[in-house]
Design a protein around this ligand. Structure first.
Ligand code: 4NP
Length: 381
């Protein structure tokens, strides 16, 4: 019975992580081989790390034909899936990751129990199997590993390992309950932002206390958030165009770029068809972009909030108050002598070309401004 359950957990975890690895690879614009490599590494990395730790040969990987096939088929499906489905999936990214985490934590724990290891080793095996693949995925994709981010992550795998290791949670129903509990706890952590206590040290030589306080990602990053009403027309266009200019200037590592809307009608939707058409015509990627609403922490996390029009400025102030760390500016204020003060909303005007021309000009001016004022250094790549 245990073995059946064990196999089910292996299959669920493999699918969830293979899919997440493949999607991250596609978001990072890896080619087809890269998508397969990242999908497979994410699906099997945790088990390999666990085997190394508990002293079981990693070559057992090659006897997992069913799981390898499962992973390959999952990756192929993701690779051919329409973008709209993937955008939809992205909203559930944390959920799939939680399923992978819980399934592999329990599978890893059962594996260590079968090997006759003590509770401490069962816990480590659970944790490493649960978090290992995702960690390798994020590191290979150049992202900050999910496990090191804010909300409680690895602890749930450790606790699941403890429950299995101590003994009473080994019947099939108990393991299923443990699985559900682990997924639920992880999702509650994400939703309510549960964190472990932390103690902050400012990095040696850094006097940018606010960046150190921020504590996430590259401390020397300058962060820009484009804001409009619906986050489907103007601000996603600005995000994509500005990112394109920043990448071409070789400054992708120095500037973080995002966009959001003050209204919530289109949350989770990809950019408007008109914005997509313009970006495609310019050869500018909008991959992985979906609408999100403005959040309370945006005012502290970002350095610059770039509003498309005056009503966006007001809505930002209503949402975040007047005291934000981030400076709030209108985008066209970077264009000296601009005939317009606001970027017209093509959702109403239908004129996406005009919006692109204004956003293109303002993006170049904004980048020049950041370089001139020393907010971003051309050398700091
Ligand atoms: P955006 O345009 O603010 O440039 O994304 C709009 C998109 C949707 C709506 C309004 C403006 N709307 O009302 O749904």
């Amino acid at each position: 019975m245990t073995l059946d359950v064990f196999e089910w957990f292996s299959i669920i975890g493999t699918i969830a992580f293979a899919v997440s690895g493949a999607i991250v690879a596609m978001e990072e614009h890896y080619d087809m081989l890269g998508v397969f490599v990242l999908g497979l590494v994410t699906a099997f990395g945790g088990g390999v790390v666990r085997n190394l730790l508990i002293g079981v040969p990693v070559t057992t990987l090659w006897s997992q034909g069913l799981l390898l096939k499962t992973a390959v088929i999952s990756i192929v499906i993701v690779f051919v899936l329409p973008n709209a489905w993937i955008y939809h999936w992205k909203k559930s990214e944390a959920f799939f990751d939680a399923i992978g985490l819980a399934a592999f934590a329990i599978q890893g724990a059962l594996y260590a129990v079968e090997a006759g290891l003590p509770v401490s080793a069962v816990m480590v095996a659970a944790m490493m199997t649960g978090i290992g693949g995702g960690m390798i995925r994020d590191i290979m994709a150049g992202r900050k590993p999910l496990v090191l981010r804010d909300e409680i992550y690895a602890v749930w795998a450790l606790l699941a390992g403890m429950a299995v290791g101590i003994g009473p949670m080994r019947a099939a129903w108990a393991l299923l309950a443990l699985f559900a509990a682990t997924v639920t706890m992880r999702m509650l952590s994400v939703h309510y932002k549960w964190r472990l206590p932390r103690r902050k040290l400012h990095a040696y030589g850094s006097f940018d206390a606010s960046a150190a306080e921020e504590g996430e990602g590259n401390m020397n990053m300058y962060r820009v958030l484009f804001v409009c009403l619906g986050n489907i027309c103007r601000s996603p266009m600005a995000e994509a165009v500005f990112r394109d200019r920043v990448e071409k200037a070789g400054l992708a590592e120095s500037i973080e770029i995002d966009s959001c809307g003050t209204g919530d009608w289109h949350l989770g939707k990809p950019p408007h068809e008109g914005t997509r058409r313009i970006l495609e015509g310019q050869g500018i990627s909008y991959e992985g972009m979906v609408a999100r609403g403005i959040r309370a922490e945006d005012g502290e996390r970002f350095d610059l909030l770039v509003a498309m029009d005056e009503s966006n400025v007001k809505a930002i102030r209503e949402a975040l108050g007047n005291e934000t760390k981030a400076e709030v500016v209108r985008f066209l204020s970077f264009v000296p002598g601009s005939r317009l003060a606001d970027v017209p909303d093509p959702y109403y005007t239908g004129n996406f070309e005009e919006t692109y021309e204004l956003i293109s000009e303002a993006s170049e001016r904004l980048l020049a401004h950041l370089l001139e004022t020393g907010e971003v250094s051309a050398a700091a790549k």
